[in-house]
Structures are given as C-alpha cells and as structure tokens.
Write a protein that binds this ligand. Sequence first.
Ligand SMILES: Nc1ncnc2c1ncn2[C@@H]1O[C@H](COP(=O)(O)OP(=O)(O)OP(=O)(O)O)[C@@H](O)[C@H]1O
Length: 230
Amino acid sequence: MVIDARDVKLALGDGAARVEILKGVSLQVGAGERVAILGPSGSGKSSLMAVLSGLESASGGSIRVAGAEIMGLSEDELAEARRGRIGIVLQAFHLIPTMTALENVAVPLELAGHADPFGEAKRELEAVGLGHRVTHYPTQLSGGEQQRVALARALAVRPALIFADEPTGNLDASTGEAVVELLMRRLAETGATLVLITHDQELATKCSRVIRMRDGVIVSDEAVTAEVVA
Ligand SMILES: Nc1ncnc2c1ncn2[C@@H]1O[C@H](COP(=O)(O)OP(=O)(O)OP(=O)(O)O)[C@@H](O)[C@H]1O
C-alpha cells in the first residue's frame, strides 16, 4: 500500500472563520496504481493532495504514505519524509529561474545524496527528450519543455509516488497530451504510483481508477471503464 489514509480531516482558520475543507476522507492506493481525482472547483482535491504529500498538516485522521506515518510530524520532519519518496508536479512548473534545466533536476538528487547528481540529471532529461536542452534556463524553454523538466525533476530520485495537480493546465491540448503520454511512459518505466488531480475527463481515462470528490468528501471511487468517465 503506497497510500493508506483514514478519516482525514482538514480545517483551516479560527473561530467564525474556521472552514472544514476535508470532512473525513479515507483512501487506500496500491503500488503502481494510477488514480485520477476529479471534482468541482473547491471540492477539496488540491487540499487532499496537500495533506497526503505532507505540504499541509491534516487536522485529524491517520496518513501513511510510502511507508511513513506523516500525521503529527513537524514541517522539517514532513520535508524529510517527502524527500526521495514523493515527487510533485504542479500546474505552474515551479522551476528555479536562475538554474538551468540540468541544475533544476540535479537539486533533488543532491539533496538525496546521490553520488552523481549531474550525470543522473542528464540521463533523466534525456529520458524526457530534453538531452539537447540541459543548459537552457526555464525562460528559454517552452511551456511543454518546462513541464518535462518538472517531470524529470519529480522522477529523478525514483519516488514511490508522484502527485500531479493539473499538470497540463497551462499547456495547449496537443502539448498537454504529449506531456501526459510522457508521464505515463516514465511511470511505467520507473514503477511509480500516480495520484493525478484534474478537471479533464479525457485525462482521467488514462488512469486505472477515478475518484470523485464533492464538498470535502469522496463521493465515488471506481476502476476506469468507458462508462465511468462518459
Ligand atoms: N488557506 C485556506 N483558508 C481557507 N479556505 C481555504 C484555504 N485553502 C483552500 N480553502 C478552501 O478550501 C476549499 C477546497 O479547496 P481546494 O483548492 O482543495 O479545492 P479544489 O477541488 O482543488 O479546487 P480547484 O479545482 O478549483 O483547484 C475551497 O472552498 C477553498 O476556498
């Protein structure tokens, strides 16, 4: 089991401003699954990803991710728990603008104590078809290329789990499709498990399981068939 989350709650704000965002979410995800999370805007998809990935502390429940219990950890401990276990890909690519593509991908490898971070980063960029772009800075790359660098960075340390939040949201349809194909291929090659947040029904069909959220809870959880996403 790569994710074992039980009765997860998230409330933000105090007093009258307190908002319950996740109202008891339970989710188990096995190794190699590709899970799409669909749901209307504001239903809690990004919040769920934030607590499962340890970017935000849940207010209640239990969360075990890639073998680590993450409830109740401090920010430093959460960062440590994420390192090497979890890769994150977001809609905005979040590359470091002052670093080349190669340096961006080398950062997590260096943090993980890899013996040859730059050699490995180069191989990783070659695997996403960017062997000819290693010395380019993010502003010198197209949106699709930047997202491929972000994919290479997320996968470089061979995490058990990749979270992707609207990874094609800033890309045109055909570029987005190419990035998703690449993501799926690299997942198959590395064996990583995927949790993908999307508004895109079409994209959800590329996954093995579709979870729908509404108003802070999971309302359906089904294996992908043509009917589920119709
Ligand atoms: N820091 C915060 N303080 C208070 N409310 C918040 C905070 N962050 C998110 N929310 C609220 O929590 C709810 C869930 O937000 P979340 O971003 O998880 O939804 P989402 O399903 O990912 O939406 P979208 O598809 O629009 O990204 C929303 O109503 C949002 O306004």
